[in-house]
Ligand binder design. Sequence first.
Ligand code: ADQ
Length: 434
Amino acid sequence: MALDEALREKGGIWIGAHPETGPEEEALTDLGGDAYRRLGFRLSEADRENYYLGFANSVLWPLSHHRTDLVDTNRAFTEAYARVNRRLAQQMAEVIAPDDLIWVHDYHFFPLAQELRKLGVTNRIGFFLHIPFPNITDLAVLPDPPAFAGWLAHYDLVGLQTRADVARCLEMFRATPQAEHLRGGTIKFGAHEVAIRSFPIGISVEAFTQAAQGGAPALMQDGCGDAYVIGVDRLDYSKGLPNRFRAYERYLERFGPDPRISLVQIAPPSREGVKAYREITHELEHIAGQVNGRFGEVHWAPIRFLHRPVPRDEVAGLLRGARACLVTALADGMNLVAKEYVAAQAPEDPGVLILSRFAGAAEDMTEALLVNPHDCDEVAEAIHRALTMPLSERRARYRACMDVVEATDVGDWARRFLDRLAACPPTLSVAGKP
Ligand code: ADQ
């Protein structure tokens, strides 16, 4: 969404994964597209296993979300990650024009600038990390920890979600002997300079607000009680879903079950090729079954758990109708659902956002009800507080959160990043080692 808007505005080429795996191809495949070119990069089935599900999602994802216990140190993953990035750089080098700005997204491509530089690419290259910047101690589980700083050092601009992420990144560079810390957040690494800045991502506010005004979908019109609290997340262990269900159970224990209120949790499957993702699905089904068995009535289930994708407009309508939204991530780069919930609210009678302190969104959305997601009692109390909050306080909190949502609109976010990237000094060294 974010990039689609920027590409329509400025033109350019989008390069992403080809929707199907297949034999490796020599060149990027044309995927069609009306407003700008879209090129697909083909992964083989083995790349999908070892690079995508492997190094990206079984090493980099858990280590960035403080789950080093889930890191799978498989040599084949490491090798595939290096190889796929090298091959992508070779294919990109064929289509890059001299003045193009190159904007790389996310942890799947940390080494891409280094590979492009080795091929003599001197274009300005920016990188945006959508997930938390890892703790320096967690980086030690990588097969070659010092290489990580080197990967980042070949970009001109590294964009991170929050000021806390920038602080962690700078801490890593401070501990890296080749890195010299210049003024502000700029690092000199050999002859090359890389700027580290925060660019908190947001949503397309107007589009989402409009979608939400369509109202609650058919899904909610039949016997769900009068009110509901909502959660919308990809089913991922970082989103803190088991602790959310346990906190809801604690809420029922402490404040009493009320058949007019339910928790609606929408969590479509994600990365089911990774064991930890399959396990969490079973855990959630188990907890929901337990809580519903303990507190439910014949015509009422306290937790309604939908383990399937729901169309975006329906999600927007559901968010608008919810009296409160639970975002209880244990670690999260930003969390767009927090911003979507606020944007979906009716200003005259808004619901309340309950937001984990560990989501990037909490850095600026300080007027949400901030909670420690590990503390079931604190979350249970926040649910009770949200559902009994006077209208004047709900409006004041909504206004303050909405100011943040508007200030981080995704269109402005992309413009700010690209303007900053265009202003970076030109790269002169392309030797592969800045
Ligand atoms: P995600 O981890 O995917 O993104 P998030 O920021 O919450 O997390 O974005 C999820 C998006 O998917 C939201 O737009 C949400 O509405 C949508 N979505 C979730 N469940 C859905 C469902 N059942 N049906 C339809 N839509 C659903 C990563 C990082 C985040 C960071 C974003 C953007 O992990 O921390 O905020 O990138 O940078």
